[in-house]
Design a protein around this ligand. Sequence first.
Ligand SMILES: [Zn+2]
Length: 491
Amino acid sequence: MGLRLFNTLSSRLEDFTPLNDNKVGIYTCGMTVQGPPHIGHIRAALNRDVLVRWLRYLGYEVISVENFTDVDDKIIQKQKEYKLDWRIIAQGNIEKYLWACDQLNIERATVYPRASQHIEEIIDLVQSLVDKGYAYESEGDVYYRVRNFPRYGRLSKKSIDELVSGARIEPTEHKKDPLDFAVWKSAKSGEPYWLSPWGKGRPGWHIECSAMSMHYLGETFDIHTGGEDLIFPHHENEIAQSEAATGKQFVRYWLHTGWVTLGGEKMAKSTGHFLLIEDLLKEYRPNVVRLYLLKTHYRNQIEFSRERLNEARSAYLRIQTYLHSFKELGDIEKPLMLEEFTQAMNDDLNTSRALGIIYELIKKGYEENDIDIARSVKYYLRTLGFKDEIPEPPFESVMIIIKEVMERLKTEGRTEILDKVKDGFLRIFEDVNQMKDVFPGVVGLILDVRNMLRKEKEYSFADYIRSRLADAGIQIQDININSSTYRLEVR
Ligand SMILES: [Zn+2]
């Protein structure tokens, strides 16, 4: 079975076959760059990254295009607010976005066009819509006449009647029908503008994606991706504009990424309800964020959760700890469980199942001590876009665990034990001769806390410590429950 993708247009899984031999064109709706990226933007970019990697893995040549909407109402608003030229605002946020993508090992798209660099193509497209009777000029604005495009609503499964009830005309608009949308907007004073047959103005949001995608990928291309919130009206309008202008099918496969929600609501810059990726990356390694996001299938929504992120961190540490036990790992040509992994990825990029295969291999790896298992793990991590990292000793994990333990002691009001831990730290650093002495000292401290808790019959907290240590590859065997004797095995 080859690659199958869920196409929003047909609402079902379809076999993927590109238009031209083994060449695939992908267009992704990128950010409107009025602010720095949040985790929702990064999730959409990451899903494109996984898709592109997998297509290349399967032997396809991929051209991927991701736009930046750099001229838009929200950016013009920021220009007024900050008294800075819109280009400066856009440039700063584009750089932040690309920085975050590089951090997360998201491969760069082949090209990142900006709306402001394609005004000529946009004007040509608007003109051809006017010539064909699909768009009309009204007081310097140009609107798309939705009723003239009978297939409107096919992607979002909305009927014209349903849309009519929700549509209205804003006081600033000059459209003839509430359903119509702007493809060109006349400039108000102080706003950026370009000269056009309809006077000074700028493009509407939807038309830029039609113009840029067709410019780079042709009138019909293979895959269009974006967040699920873009299905309507943005992608519906892209189809209407492009197909009306060319008379051809615009996009063959539409792939949509689920939202990242915060408290059940979509993260959005416009509502101030979001978490910046640069802040998240101060707390979590990029590979941990990748693991966290890939655990959920791309079409499902993710409720942002620190708890889930911490789980991803533990899972990642487990992987690191396992790989650390092999020196000079080397590569493998035909990894183990390749068929299962390929099947998972070919099934609409089921990354969650693909990760499950990695965990299964690690479990087996601990039992069988076979270096090919470790090599296979490394191979699959790379295939899923994880950055190659030199596996670190469990020291970092142990520091994270003690931090968690101290936080929990604090929340549970166990100041007595907490103070002992703090004293213990002072002792370790007073006595320490070399950094390598810190590791056993800190592990000893964690075990002391566990013993104190056990004596107080706080078994659930004590078990939590044991399982967190196990995550980091440190197994504890209690030799005598009532004494503080234990044996450690660090794998
Ligand atoms: Zn778009």
